[in-house]
Design a protein around this ligand. Structure first.
Ligand code: ASP
Ligand code: MG
Length: 405
């Protein structure tokens, strides 16, 4: 079999762990497989590099930021290749460009445009294990680009697609995708399988097992992704097409505590107001998650509430303060004491009672719902952050997720 194995930063945090991973790779090779390895930067290296740049410069040039961050993965790849070789497993490190990964020129969040796997194939044909730097490629002008945080997952999936690999395994410190984050819900358990769409909803809901861009790429290319733990031999979770992952309507629940709610009160209830608000945020690169508009008929004024990532809060506050002025609105509310709980499942669309079950579970715990959003496979509620852990446990129980398997 041709296997692509990606190891995340926490699996490579120390030299002991690098050795441990090298041994795992050697075993896979000795079982008769061809292996391509993709590595993340060791431990917190990427964060440390960002911090170092911030010590020097407030707004570093994006090109140089990529040149800097790419070095984290280059260290891992070289160290892994020499460790493998020392174990008697011939290996060779490849940077993104050496591995044939071409991207657009969007530094910091480059998109993969093409993968030419010839160099990797040549190494494999010689019996050499290629160890590829995750998270990076080469842009149209020849500069190093990076693929966004967590982008090593994307590297692995793109290489698996280009090589038409038999398996693509993403190793981290968690044993796959759970019915809920086990640190929050002790009764959560790993799922054997789930669909790309379910995974995408969970990824954007704060379940950080696989990078969202990587799952989108996997869906597009039809690559089945095995998310597994570096530290045990459990099968982990397969993310692929057309899975019936559960008997009930809900497959998993997720919590995102890193969000802020902002509300513009008393803005005119006229066409174009919501568009204006959203355009102003979008043009600064701020993603809006939920939007909600309430109309008060008496004075023809409306309230618009929306949620964004905590990391965009200060920027968004500045923009919306100006927007409020432009629109002649009454007040801007900013509330970071919120969280989003979601129930996700391919069965949501066919089960009309899902929303009722979720709202009842929250009501029975006397948890107030501030905003609601639904999609074909998801129901999400914004609630107070202090109640989020309790809420997630209640919802997990309400959908009987702890009894499955
Ligand atoms: N080292 C990069 C990060 O920390 C990429 C990755 O680990 O996937 O985001
Ligand atoms: Mg990662």
């Amino acid at each position: 079999m041709l296997v692509v194995q990606k190891y995340g930063g926490s699996s490579l945090a120390t030299t002991e762990l690098v050795k441990h991973v090298a041994t795992k790779i050697t075993q896979t090779v000795q079982q008769g497989n061809q292996v391509v390895v993709v590595v993340s930067a060791m431990g917190d290296t990427t964060d440390d590099l960002i911090a170092r740049s911030e010590d020097l410069v407030t707004n570093p040039v994006a090109r140089e930021m990529d040149a800097l961050l790419a070095t984290g993965e280059m260290q891992s790849a070289a160290l892994m290749a020499m460790t493998l070789s020392a174990q008697g497993t011939p290996a060779r490190s490849f940077s993104g460009w050496q591995a044939g990964i071409r991207t657009d020129g969007e530094h910091g969040k480059a998109r993969i445009q093409a993968v030419n796997p010839e160099a990797l194939q040549a190494a494999l044909a010689e019996g050499i294990v290629p160890v590829v730097t995750g998270f990076q490629g080469i842009g149209p002008d020849g500069a190093v680009t990076t693929l966004g945080r967590g982008g090593s997952d994307l590297t692995a999936i793109a290489i698996a697609a280009a090589l038409d690999a038999d398996r693509c395994e993403i190793y981290s410190d968690v044993a796959g995708v759970f019915t809920a984050d086990p640190r929050v819900v002790p009764l959560a358990h790993p799922l054997a399988a789930l669909s790309y769409d379910e995974m995408l909803e969970l990824a954007s809901q704060g379940a950080q097992v696989l990078q969202t861009q990587a799952v989108l790429y996997a869906r597009g290319a039809g690559v089945a992704v095995h998310a597994r733990s570096t530290f045990d031999d459990e099968p982990g979770t397969v993310v692929r097409d057309d899975v019936r992952s559960s008997d009930g309507p809900v497959t998993a629940v997720a919590l995102d505590s890193h969000i802020t709610k902002m509300a513009l009160l008393g803005v005119p209830d006229t066409p174009g107001v919501a568009a204006y608000v959203c355009e102003q945020l979008a043009s600064s690169g701020i993603n809006i998650d939920l939007v909600f508009q309430a109309v008060s008929h008496e004075d023809e004024r409306a309230d618009i509430a929306l949620t964004i990532a905590d990391s965009d809060r200060d920027k968004a506050r500045g923009i919306l303060t100006q927007v409020l002025k432009d629109l002649g609105g009454r007040q801007l509310l900013v509330d970071s004491e919120v969280a989003k709980v979601s129930a996700v499942g391919a069965g949501v669309r066919n089960h009309p009672g899902v929303a009722a079950t979720m709202f009842r579970a929250l009501a029975d715990a006397e948890i107030n719902i501030q905003m609601i959003s639904t999609s074909e496979i998801k129901i999400a509620c914004i609630i107070h952050r202090h109640e989020a852990q309790q809420a997630l446990n209640r919802i997990h129980a309400a959908f009987n997720l702890e009894d499955r398997d």
